[in-house]
Design a protein around this ligand. Structure first.
Ligand code: PMP
Length: 291
């Protein structure tokens, strides 16, 4: 990945992709003082860019550091980099972390670094599998209690259990894993929110210990616009058997139907398919959509 072409925006400058390096004693690497975003551009525009950049600032604030660039400056850098990379459709990865000026748990004086990388990432899940519905394992790790970890921050440290869970699922031939929370309630996948459908009603867990995804909120709005009822509630794993459809939402995953979770089976039904299409239309720049 460090061999890709083009530029990375790093601490206010465009540097060549291969030269965007950090020191091995970076605090973010040792102590996970790092936050990031995942965004997508469609037709040359970054979807909900401002919301993502605001979330990056908020993620850092929760971890106790201030990003030394305003939301406007980062938005501007993202748009300029997208144009410089020459992509219409792309994935955008901003990241902010504490630097290598001192070593130890405390890093009050360490510089806050910020970088933005943009590359082409057409599909998070295998496109053929995505149409049939992906297969999920049940993860061993649970999303932590918000009193145990800063769960409202898109913090790198929270992804440790996601990578372990996703690797364990992939080793068994699954595309991803469904995680419960510390109470044993259904939470989300390792990098996407989850929805279920039963008797024409959409059900999704309350995001009180995991990200209330920007895609999640967009899809809830799209569902309501279609007149679907959306219920945010506690969902227990015992209920999975009774659901007819299931799908994931996330910037990278977009709307991805799920065919299996462990022993449970779902169909790629009309509601999931309609929301997939509605989301694909929603993300297109408004002027292009009107043409
Ligand atoms: N949960 C996790 C763990 C994620 O990594 C993501 C992707 N950022 C999401 C949910 C979905 O968030 P969004 O729709 O804002 O991309």
């Amino acid at each position: 990945f460090d061999q890709l072409e083009g530029y990375i925006w790093m601490n206010g400058e465009f540097v060549r992709w291969a030269d965007a390096k950090v020191h091995v004693l970076t605090h973010g690497l040792h102590y996970a003082s790092s936050v990031f975003e995942g965004e997508r551009a469609y037709g040359g525009e970054i979807f909900k860019l401002n919301e993502h950049t605001e979330r990056l600032h908020e993620s850092a604030r929760i971890l106790g550091f201030k990003i030394p660039y305003t939301v406007e400056e980062l938005n501007d850098a993202s748009c300029k980099l997208l144009a410089k990379q020459g992509f219409q459709d792309a994935y955008i990865r901003p990241v902010a972390w504490r630097g290598s000026e001192s070593m130890g748990v405390s890093a009050q004086a360490n510089k806050i670094n910020v970088a933005i990388a943009i590359w082409q990432w057409p599909s998070y899940f295998d496109p053929a599998q995505k149409l049939k519905g992906i297969r999920l394992d049940l993860a061993e790790y649970r999303r932590p209690d918000p009193r145990t970890a800063p769960s409202k921050s898109k913090a790198a440290g929270l992804y440790m259990i996601c990578t372990i869970s996703k690797h364990a699922a992939e080793a068994k031939g699954y595309a991803d894993a469904l995680m419960l929370d510390w109470r044993g309630q259904v939470a989300e996948a390792t990098g996407a929110n989850v929805f279920f459908v039963k008797d024409g009603v959409i059900h999704t867990p309350i995001p009180d210990c995991f990200l209330d995804g920007i895609t999640r909120r967009t899809v809830i709005d799209l569902a309501k616009r279609r007149g679907y009822e959306v219920v945010e509630r506690v969902i227990m794993p015992e209920e999975l058997e009774a659901f007819e459809q299931c799908f994931l939402t996330g910037t990278a995953a977009e709307v991805t139907p799920v065919a299996e979770i462990g022993p449970y089976r779902f169909t790629v039904g009309e509601i999931a398919a309609n929301l997939m299409n509605d989301y694909a239309a929603e993300v297109m720049p408004k002027k292009a959509a009107a043409e």
